[in-house]
Design a protein around this ligand. Structure first.
Ligand code: NAD
Length: 295
């Protein structure tokens, strides 16, 4: 392991604490990732933690970045004993200086950077009539400006065959009521497609993954009715787990996805593809069963 990026905390960890909500036990290992250096933002918990675990299980060097000054115990737990290495960095995705510092440190490593997962994000559930300017700016800054700064900083270190995965949301495919969040994720669609076009000639792929309702700390404070409504509208009739998103992200980072760029992949149990028709289908089934029972 190169010391250039290890000043905050670095471990090929050995302990195994709890609370990696949604991370698979043990994480899936995918081919085509061993030896790659991949940066994951928002890696301290939730989906970023699960993505870090799948990548470490697949033999990658994971540069896990988040706001905390040191690697959270749950992250160390999740990668304990896995073949890849974990290099933790404190990084605020809205800070150009933090990105420049990370790029400088990674540039000192001979192998360059093979992947970036722009995963860090915040939910903010205010509606358009309620949202205040400061909250709007904060959400757009983290969810949209952050990925832009990340790509600007790290693409110069990437070679042919590198891969960027941006984390959108089912809210980017629907008229979701959370104004700033939805706008930030729709914006990320535009940014991602522009990036796929711009970087394609250099052999760098850019794809977008749209999670549906995933059981992570982000959703812990959501009203219970939200999960109920989500299940009623989702063909698989359940919410998702972080490792189910992480596996798709890891595939897109791997050489197995070498001809996939500019794609948008929902990982949502069929929620967006069913366009609410499941609700109608279930209502018709219920009504028909009642009619049959009455006759
Ligand atoms: N959980 C869901 O249902 C869901 C659905 C759709 C999309 N998403 C998206 O998936 C991604 C991951 O979400 P999650 O559910 O794991 O959320 P989470 O809240 O559990 O984790 C988000 C992580 O991002 C970090 N973060 C926040 N601001 C940051 C910043 N400025 N710089 C660096 N790190 C920062 C947090 O510290 C946290 O560790 C987000 O982009 C989110 O919008 C989540």
């Amino acid at each position: 392991m190169n010391d250039a990026v290890t000043n905050d905390a670095t471990r090929s960890s050995h302990d195994r604490p709890a609370d990696a909500r949604g991370a698979a036990r043990p994480p899936l290992a995918l081919p085509g990732l061993a030896g790659k250096t991949i940066v994951v933002t928002g890696a301290g918990r939730g989906q970023g933690l699960a993505e870090s675990a799948v990548l470490a299980a697949s033999g990658a060097s994971v540069v896990a970045a988040d706001l905390a000054p040191a690697a959270p115990p749950a992250l160390l737990e999740a990668v304990a004993g896995l073949p890849g290495e974990l290099i933790y960095r404190r990084l605020d995705v809205t800070s150009s200086a933090d990105w420049a510092d990370l790029a400088d440190r990674l540039a000192a490593r001979a192998q360059g950077v093979h992947g970036l997962v722009n995963n860090a994000g915040v939910a903010f559930r205010a509606r358009l009539g309620e949202i205040e300017r400061a909250d709007w700016d904060r959400v757009i800054g983290i969810n949209l400006t952050g990925p832009m700064l990340g790509m600007q900083a790290l693409v110069p270190l990437m070679h042919q065959g590198s891969s960027i995965v941006n984390i959108g949301s089912a809210a980017a495919l629907t008229p979701h009521h959370t104004a700033a969040y939805t706008a930030s994720k729709w914006g990320l669609r535009g940014l991602s497609s522009a990036a796929a076009t711009e970087f394609g000639g250099r052999g760098i792929r850019v794809n977008l993954v749209h999670p549906g309702y995933i059981e992570t700390p982000m959703m812990a404070g959501a009203p219970a009715v939200m999960a109920q409504a989500q299940r009623a509208l989702t063909p698989l009739e359940r919410t998702g787990e972080a490792h189910e998103v992480a596996a798709v992200v890891a595939f897109l980072l791997s050489d197995a996805a070498s001809y996939v760029t500019g794609a948008e992949i929902p990982v949502d149990g069929g929620f967006t593809s069913s366009m609410g028709v499941k609700y109608m289908s279930d209502a018709i089934r219920r009504a028909t069963a009642e009619d049959t029972a009455r006759s």
